[in-house]
Design a protein around this ligand. Structure first.
Ligand SMILES: [Zn+2]
Length: 180
């Protein structure tokens, strides 16, 4: 899987391209929900390392890395937020599902020595991973400060600069179109 760098930047950029005009985010003095919410959804799947840390059982890249979970998560979270905030459920569900799914797609395109992801569980137990990976793997077992981490940090930083530049150009282009 990529690190939270690629996941969170992808979530943030995707949200900027998706319709949000009917959403009411929680106003907060401490952070911007427009940034916090997409980033939280984009990295949520990897919180499955927490039960693994506690129990020692293998949880990581399990059920949270399936499309069924992505749909269930998006339904529950969108319903809760739209109920509390009187926001548009459909728009929030769509935004949440697309961003959550981006995590699965990025993980699918990551080099791994493991067997990949059971993306379509429970319909099939088949593990899937891209034959041509786009992201280098992150070796968590080597600890926090291993020099080999530089590879994924540099690669994901370049990826982040690229997608943020696309967003910047698109924003400039659309604001110029509006002012014409
Ligand atoms: Zn993941």
């Amino acid at each position: 899987m990529p690190s939270p760098i690629a996941h969170s930047v992808s979530g943030y950029v995707l949200a900027k391209f998706l319709p949000q005009e009917k959403l009411k985010y929680y106003p907060s003095r401490w952070w911007s929900w427009e940034i916090f919410y997409p980033v939280f959804v984009a990295i949520f799947a990897d919180f499955d390392f927490l039960p693994q840390l506690i129990t020692g059982e293998r949880f990581h890249r399990g059920i949270t890395h399936t499309f069924v979970f992505a749909i269930a998560f998006s339904l529950i979270v969108s319903w809760l937020i739209s109920y509390c905030r009187k926001s548009c459920f459909k728009q929030l569900f769509f935004l949440t599902l697309v961003i959550y799914s981006s995590h699965l797609v990025l993980d699918f395109f990551t080099a791994t020595s493991g067997s990949g992801l059971q993306l379509f569980w429970p319909f099939t137990d088949t593990y899937l991973k891209s034959a041509i990976p786009f992201f280098p793997s992150v070796h968590h077992s080597r600890g926090l400060f291993d020099p080999s981490h530089l590879i994924f940090i540099i690669w994901e930083s370049c990826y982040s600069i690229l997608v943020l530049s696309v967003l910047w150009f698109w924003k400039n282009y659309s604001s110029r179109k509006l002012s014409e």
